[in-house]
Design a protein around this ligand. Structure first.
Ligand code: ADP
Length: 367
């Protein structure tokens, strides 16, 4: 049985158009219905009303210069794949057109029945796959947004009853501790610890789900003063652990100040938390390339095993064996999200027993 294909042929040269129609008619097992137009204006009109399986498009038209035709056709929002028809002298434009979204290009003097058949078939297939991928990506994005919304609502709803439970346990702990036997006292202590860790988890989840920022809230942020702010917040932990922190002067970057402070705080807290028996040292460094700043947070702590390094930025991922160190496994996922909000990258290098370095690459300007 013959397949039917609807083709829009946009070609102002009657000889070329005639030749292409003849080749199409000679293709076996496919019935081509060809709508032939000679100008961009006509092509646009046909694309508005008709459904086509493919468009064969000459770039050089009486009402459109060669470097603008494809863009104007793409602007119509057409679903069909575009195959550009070109002469040998315009190959440069044709290959640029493929980068701009055309599925293929054909040199007019080389066209024959088989080349045309193959090109149309592949263009339709590739276009279908591409559209399926786009639909899938959009669905994934939507379902991630739902999931995040759900996590946010859940964390928000749990917070109030949790505060009540935690308040009650604290009152019980303060008021009746002396009247309780050893066993009940231990149960009360364990309940308090468990409530504290659920509260931390809920707070982290809330912060994490709120971390999507739009770049229109961005401003110039002085990382040097954010660093000192974080240093002041962490002072008790710094003193208790005996860690020394030295740092390069840090630049001003364009971003969200609260998130960038949170980023520094998470990386520094981890560098202190995951210290080893050696006297802990942290170095915050900074380098620049033409377009980026690269901020480094290095420690001489316990390091991260190779097998954990690739998924450590996923939420709730913790290194087994570090469970005695408090944490919920969201900090680095949060860092990744913040860096991505700033169109940057985060990665790490680590040697177990020697220490870790986290790198944050931020663009100097965000367009
Ligand atoms: P948390 O610290 O709450 O567990 P993070 O997402 O911040 O969560 O970190 C995930 C895991 O990565 C930690 O549990 C720890 O095992 C490991 N990790 C993070 N930073 C460091 C570091 N500087 N040195 C060693 N291990 C680290």
């Amino acid at each position: 049985m013959n397949e039917n294909r609807f083709i829009l042929l946009v070609e102002d040269d009657p000889d070329h158009a005639h030749l292409i129609k003849r080749h199409l008619q000679k293709i076996e097992r496919v019935q081509f219905e060809i709508d032939h137009v000679r100008s961009l204006a006509h092509a646009k009109r046909q694309l508005e009303t008709g459904q086509f399986d493919a468009v064969l498009l000459d770039l050089s038209l009486p009402d459109s210069p060669i470097n603008q035709t494809l863009e104007k056709v793409v602007e119509t929002g057409l679903d069909a794949p575009v195959i550009v028809l070109t002469s040998i002298s315009d190959l440069e434009f044709a290959s640029k057109a493929v980068q701009q979204g055309a599925q293929d290009y054909l040199v007019k003097s080389e066209i024959n029945r088989d080349i045309l058949n193959r090109s149309i078939r592949y263009a339709i297939e590739r276009n279908r796959t591409q559209q399926e991928l786009e639909r899938y990506a959009a669905k994934l994005k939507e379902s991630n947004e739902h999931l995040e919304g759900f996590a946010h609502t859940l964390a928000h709803e749990i917070r109030s009853p949790l505060t009540v439970i935690s308040g009650f346990l604290q009152i019980a702990n303060q008021s009746f501790l002396d009247d309780l036997d050893e066993n009940t006292r231990e149960i009360l202590q364990d309940s308090l610890t468990a409530t504290k860790s659920i509260t931390e988890l809920v707070e982290s989840l809330l912060e994490f789900s709120q971390a999507a920022t739009h770049t229109n809230t961005f401003k110039s942020v002085d990382l040097e003063s954010e660093f000192f702010h974080v240093y002041a917040v962490l002072r008790p932990l710094i003193q208790e652990s005996g860690v020394t922190i030295d740092h390069d002067p840090l630049p001003c970057v364009y971003g969200n100040d609260i998130q960038l402070r949170q980023l520094l705080q998470n990386l520094l807290t981890n560098a202190i938390k995951y210290r080893s028996d050696q006297s802990p040292e942290i170095n915050v460094g900074c380098e620049q390339t033409d377009n980026h700043w690269i901020i480094r947070v290095s420690d001489n702590g316990i390091g991260i095993p190779k097998e954990n390094q690739s998924d450590i930025f996923n939420a709730f991922t913790r290194v087994i064996g570090n469970q005695q160190i408090p944490g919920v496994g969201i900090g680095l996922a949060f860092c990744k999200r913040i860096v991505e909000n700033h169109k940057g990258k985060i990665w790490l290098e680590s040697l177990p027993g020697k220490g870790s370095t986290f790198f944050v690459k931020l663009p100097k300007s965000i367009n």
